[in-house]
Design a binder for this molecule. Structure first.
Ligand SMILES: C[S@@+](CC[C@H](N)C(=O)[O-])C[C@H]1O[C@@H](n2cnc3c(N)ncnc32)[C@H](O)[C@@H]1O
Length: 309
């Protein structure tokens, strides 16, 4: 008989939805995280609000509006309010993380420096900063700054003395036998992977590429490990965790995104799921450092986009 991991048991008691090896819990992380058990996740991936402080709409030279991140979930009244928010979830994540676990947090120049400082103050031990170099960044339409072509991922363990997984050989093999660097050249999420409604509008403004999550999860976990995402958005983390034979739980505050994520995760096509006859570390090819990044086998049509809202 299969036992339910304590993280899933707690999530279920809070009303999580899901299936074999995955759950989506709808609600506010600040409220829900304190109710999840200590030391119950092997890997935490967090893609929190950026606090972009966008004041005006942005238009291209042809006057079409840029679909950037201007959502309500990204609005904070001050740096102090944002810092207080981040401190709360980072403290909870550290409590939820197993002593052997790792956390990855992604952000832009707007928030990642604040988060890095908080992480060190809270007791995390930083292992690397990984630069996601976008191979197809959005231009700086007004031409007043450099084109912003990067986001930063902070990879950390629970404390200085803790030990966590790093699948060094796998990552080296995936990089053509050369040690992988901390610069990852991966395109923005697009094509069939990008979830859109029937009019072509993005279902989530901040959907991350699966390739990015694939590298994070493959480098830091083994088969069956429990992955947790406190800001699930469109569900990328848990969908990729499923593809790689890991177990995943995500929390998302907005009802519409929680539904989009659950539909997407439930509809990961069987051919994208890790197969028992394939060695754990070689289920899906990773991109080399050379763009364009490889994306694993995809469904002919995006099932989540078809089913959502
Ligand atoms: C940057 S997006 C995550 C995108 C995600 N990585 C993806 O690939 O789709 C941040 C998400 O966090 C959610 N969020 C913001 N504040 C939250 C909170 N307090 N609790 C739970 N979710 C929250 C937002 O609704 C948004 O969907």
């Amino acid at each position: 008989m299969q036992t339910v991991p304590p993280l899933f048991a707690a999530a279920d008691s809070l009303g999580a939805k899901g299936g074999e090896g995955w759950r989506v819990l709808q609600g506010d992380s600040l409220h829900l995280l304190p109710q999840l058990p200590d030391c119950s996740a092997d890997l935490i991936f967090a893609d929190p609000p950026y606090n972009l402080q966008l004041k005006k709409e942005l238009y291209r030279p042809n006057m079409t509006r840029v679909e950037g991140v201007s959502d309500e979930w990204d609005k904070f009244s001050s740096f102090a309010e944002y810092d207080s928010f981040c401190e709360k979830w980072l403290v909870q994540c550290r409590r939820i993380l197993k002593p052997s676990g790792a956390i990855w947090v992604i952000g832009t120049y707007h928030n990642i420096f604040r988060i890095g400082r908080l992480m060190q103050d809270i007791g995390y031990w930083l292992l690397n900063d990984i630069v996601w170099n976008k191979t197809n960044p959005m231009p700086n339409f007004r031409g007043v700054r450099f084109t912003n072509a990067t986001e930063t991922l902070l990879w950390a363990k629970k404390s200085e003395k803790a030990r966590c997984v790093f699948n060094h050989k796998t990552m080296k093999a995936e990089n053509g036998g050369k040690q992988m660097t901390n610069v990852w050249r991966i395109p923005l999420c697009g094509g069939k992977e990008r979830l859109r409604d029937s009019s072509g509008k993005k279902l989530h403004s901040a959907q991350k590429p699966e390739e990015l999550l694939r590298r994070v999860i493959l480098s830091s976990t083994k088969s069956g490990y429990i992955v947790f995402d406190p800001f699930l958005g469109s569900g990328t983390t848990v969908a990729v965790a499923r593809m790689l034979g890991r177990t995943g739980l995500g929390v998302e505050r907005e009802e519409k995104y929680a539904k989009i994520a659950a539909d997407r995760i439930a509809n990961v096509p069987p051919e994208c799921l890790a197969q028992p006859d394939k060695p754990e570390n070689k289920p899906i090819p990773l991109a080399s450092e050379t763009p364009p990044a490889l994306v694993p086998k995809r469904p002919p049509e995006n099932a989540a986009a078809r089913n959502a809202v």
